[in-house]
Design a protein around this ligand. Structure first.
Ligand code: ZN
Ligand code: ZN
Length: 311
């Protein structure tokens, strides 16, 4: 804890007491709260926190949408886009994952990073509303439970899954007072039916420097920006392990990919990724022809706003 740790703690206790004794307005929609709760969010906003629905890339979790020319059964772009085989391929893997395997096995998310879910994550991260973590942890637990069925866990060496929250840079963590990814991971693990199968492991993956904003960078620039940002302190703790990497938000996937790459290079067997939310870039992926320049493949203006809030 930082030097203003006690003051920060006292302030948080006071704030929690205040909100418990004198419920104010919902911190998301502003409507008056009618019941006492540690979490200053109304039921309507909580009900709006719904899981993703639709078709998603089975590898990276990106939303899939059939290109219109395939939907219409046209051959478009001189290719035989309308065949059944093509449809299946497009529906199961996004074009980016068809081109190259990411360094992780799968990335899954509970919901879309917008609306009430985004607001709730911001309440935790930027306004220190810690009770939000329990709700986010419940969502994460749900998505981990789904993922668990698909994880062929157990290398010859270990039958548990090593859970690693994406670390913050030390200065950022002491400013915030906590790492939201770790907090949400802890809350999620409490909810799982077989918690002994999971082994939370902090302090192994380190963030060696601040990576700054990814806004406006091309994919290539984002990768460069991340280079050397993460390191493994003690490879023996992850050697030949199955890793579940946890973060609050998956935006461009650069952070998750870089962490997975570093973990695997240090000896991890496989890496899965679970986040509470993710940004969806449906239109980018549909429209992505084979030879689109990299800098156009993920960034669109609307997307930049979504990415803006993610450290
Ligand atoms: Zn509300
Ligand atoms: Zn994909």
């Amino acid at each position: 804890m930082s030097d203003h740790g006690f003051a920060g703690w006292a302030e948080r206790v006071a704030a929690t007491l205040f909100f418990t004794l004198f419920p104010a307005d919902c911190r998301i929609c502003g409507s008056p709260l009618i019941k006492v709760s540690r979490l200053p969010v109304c039921d309507t906003c909580l009900i709006a926190l719904t899981p993703l629905q639709g078709s998603y890339c089975t590898v990276c979790g990106e939303a899939l949408h059939l290109p219109a020319y395939i939907d219409r059964g046209e051959t478009g772009r001189g290719e035989t886009g309308g065949s059944e085989a093509d449809r299946v391929a497009v529906e199961t893997r996004c074009l980016l994952c068809q081109r190259a395997d990411p360094p992780f096995e799968r990335a899954v998310a509970y919901g879309s990073y917008d609306g009430e879910l985004r607001d709730l994550i911001h309440l935790l991260k930027f306004q220190q509303v810690r009770p939000a973590s329990a709700v986010l942890g419940r969502m994460l637990a749900e998505i981990i439970a789904n993922l668990e069925q698909a994880m062929p866990v157990g290398t010859l060496f270990c039958s548990t899954i090593t859970v690693i929250p994406v670390p913050l840079y030390t200065r950022k963590q002491s400013q915030r007072g906590f790492n939201q990814a770790e907090m949400i991971a802890r809350d999620a693990l409490k909810q799982l039916s077989r918690p002994k199968r999971f082994d939370l492991c902090t302090g192994v993956l380190l963030r060696r420097r601040e990576t700054g904003s990814q806004i406006g960078l091309t994919r290539h620039q984002r990768r460069e920006n991340m280079r050397g940002a993460f390191a493994v302190s003690d490879p023996t703790r992850i050697l030949n392990r199955d890793i579940l990497l946890i973060d609050d938000v998956y935006t461009t996937g650069t952070t998750a990919s870089e962490c997975a790459r570093v973990l695997r290079r240090a000896g991890a067997a496989r890496v899965w990724v679970a986040t509470v939310a993710r940004t969806l870039k449906i239109s980018d992926v549909i429209a992505l022809p084979e030879n689109l320049p990299e800098n156009l493949s993920e960034e669109v203006s609307e997307d930049r706003q979504r990415v803006a809030a993610h450290g």
